[in-house]
Design a protein around this ligand. Structure first.
Ligand SMILES: Cc1cc2nc3c(=O)[nH]c(=O)nc-3n(C[C@H](O)[C@H](O)[C@H](O)COP(=O)(O)OP(=O)(O)OC[C@H]3O[C@@H](n4cnc5c(N)ncnc54)[C@H](O)[C@@H]3O)c2cc1C
Length: 451
């Protein structure tokens, strides 16, 4: 086999896996990353207080592909030695002013009685098509007007700043909102034997159902970043070169065949494979190829990560993460680190991260955000009234979360296909490819393509 010169742009976890797969075949591989450190959204940092924070809830699951899992987590012995195992993710959720303590799914029983009764009748009698792709029609067709208006609309408005009318059903999968909790657990178990109800009603506990795989989180005090660092070490052992704090500024090609790239550091690197894991419009610009006509410009939400540590233990000492669907609160997902790492050192750190999806404008007022989140954590009884902040860092990742319209989903995927067709040698991977969103799906896709 001839040795390929492979450049991988962006150093997220999908890129690192791809680098390993190419390097295992003895190709010459370089990762170009614009930041000082690799890992992208799967990074962690340790504060001066000793507490380690991730960029939100990131607890990867086994993919079920043995060879891939061996690369990601090592063999059985290494896995047991280096990772905490969770057979399911322990979560609670808050909606309509109430906690539901055994599932991340919204509990419709928190609605006023008349709306709940009406909502359940509509859910049981709705006859919408499973082929429907537009969110609003899908919701009314599967859950009825009442639950659409009193559950889904306010929640989706909170998360994406839009009503369901112009959105894709992918929103449901992305946020894990495909099912709701209603009726009793016993009735739910019976009804879930019928596919139509199985797709609408969720079990009352995350321990029910049959998850196909389990979840792993690195032992020790370094958070999920340890996983990425271990993978990176594997890549470097295989000879993968890393260029930090560097970007690609030009992509050179002739007769639609890739030649080389120029970097922000002024170097030119020959390559015959360019693996692109970042926004595709930038590749069109760097390669100076016409940008295909798309519909209305895509919209993005800004992610705010509020990392906080307190002077006393968190009030919730069991769930690994919490979901706050309640539209009266800004907080969305809360990662409770002491409950993820049953490691004594980390257990004493009383730290958490609150994720918020909002507009870029709202995210610019950091002081107000911090005060609001601190107040919400008390109101939600995640921390006690007397808890004081001993460390905080508010991280704003601008325009990172796409508002999932059907046009956006189609155009993201088309843009990466057209880019690959335009210049032979370019391949688009990761979240930027528009082919998937979740880590496991993206890693599995990369494995199937490059192994
Ligand atoms: C708010 C939020 C919540 C999420 N929650 C979940 C979840 O619960 N479960 C789940 O499975 N997935 C979740 N995801 C998705 C998950 O984080 C991604 O699937 C995963 O990080 C994919 O990684 P990636 O390698 O494609 O890209 P990224 O992690 O985004 O990495 C891209 C890398 O490219 C670098 N880069 C950017 N621009 C340039 C440039 N010009 N030149 C060079 N390098 C550049 C970046 O610095 C970064 O290191 C979430 C994503 C977001 C935004």
């Amino acid at each position: 086999m001839t040795q390929e010169k492979v450049i991988i742009v962006g150093g997220g976890v999908v890129s690192i896996l791809t680098a390993i797969l190419y390097a295992q075949k003895k190709h010459d591989v370089t990762i170009i990353e614009k930041e000082k450190n690799l890992g992208g959204l799967l990074s962690s940092f340790t504060a001066e207080t000793g507490a380690t924070f991730d960029y939100g809830t990131h607890i990867p699951g086994k993919t079920g592909i043995t060879e891939l899992d061996n690369i990601l987590f090592g063999n059985q012995h290494q896995e047991e030695e280096n990772y905490y195992r969770s057979d399911y993710l322990k979560s609670e959720n808050f909606f309509n002013g109430e906690w539901f303590k055994t599932s991340p799914l919204i509990n419709t029983a928190s609605l006023p009685q008349d709306l709940y009764n009406q909502g359940i009748i509509e859910l049981l009698t709705s006859t919408g098509s499973d082929e429907e792709q537009h969110l609003h029609s899908y919701l009314t067709g599967h859950f009825g007007e009442t639950l659409t208006n009193h559950v889904y609309k306010p929640v989706i408005q909170k998360l994406l700043g839009e009503a369901p009318d112009n959105l894709s059903i992918e929103v449901l999968r992305t946020f894990g909102l495909q099912r709701l909790i209603g009726l009793t657990n016993e009735d739910t178990i019976e009804l879930k034997k019928i596919p139509k109800y199985d797709s609408r009603l969720g079990y009352h506990s995350y321990t029910q159902g049959s998850p196909s795989n389990y979840y792993l989180y690195p032992k020790g005090a370094n958070g999920i970043g340890q996983w990425v660092n271990d993978l990176l070490a594997k890549a470097e052992e295989l000879g993968v070169k890393i260029m930090h704090s560097t970007s690609v500024i030009e992509i050179h090609h002739e007769n639609n065949v890739l030649n080389s790239v120029s970097t922000s550091e002024g170097s030119s690197i020959d390559c015959n494979q360019l693996i692109w894991s970042i926004a595709t419009p930038l590749a069109y610009k760097c390669a100076n190829i016409p940008f295909p006509k798309t519909g209305s410009p895509p919209k993005f939400r800004t992610t705010v990560l509020a990392h906080m540590q307190f002077d006393r233990p968190l009030e919730k000492n069991f769930p690994q993460y919490l979901l706050c669907w309640d539209p009266d609160f800004l907080s969305y997902r809360i990662t409770l680190y002491p409950n993820i790492s049953p490691d004594s050192e980390r257990n004493r750190m009383n730290n958490l991260t609150v994720e918020i999806l909002t507009s870029a404008e709202k995210a610019s007022d950091i002081d107000t955000l911090k005060e609001t989140i601190y107040g919400e954590l008390k109101q939600l009884q995640v921390i006690s009234e007397s808890a004081n902040i001993t460390y905080d860092k508010i991280q704003v990742i601008k325009n990172t979360f796409p508002v999932l319209t059907p046009e956006f989903i189609e155009s993201a995927s088309n843009l990466s296909d057209k880019l690959e067709e335009s210049v032979k040698g370019i391949k688009v991977i990761g979240r930027a490819s528009g082919k998937a969103f979740f880590i496991n799906d993206l890693l599995s896709q990369a494995y199937k393509r490059f192994a």
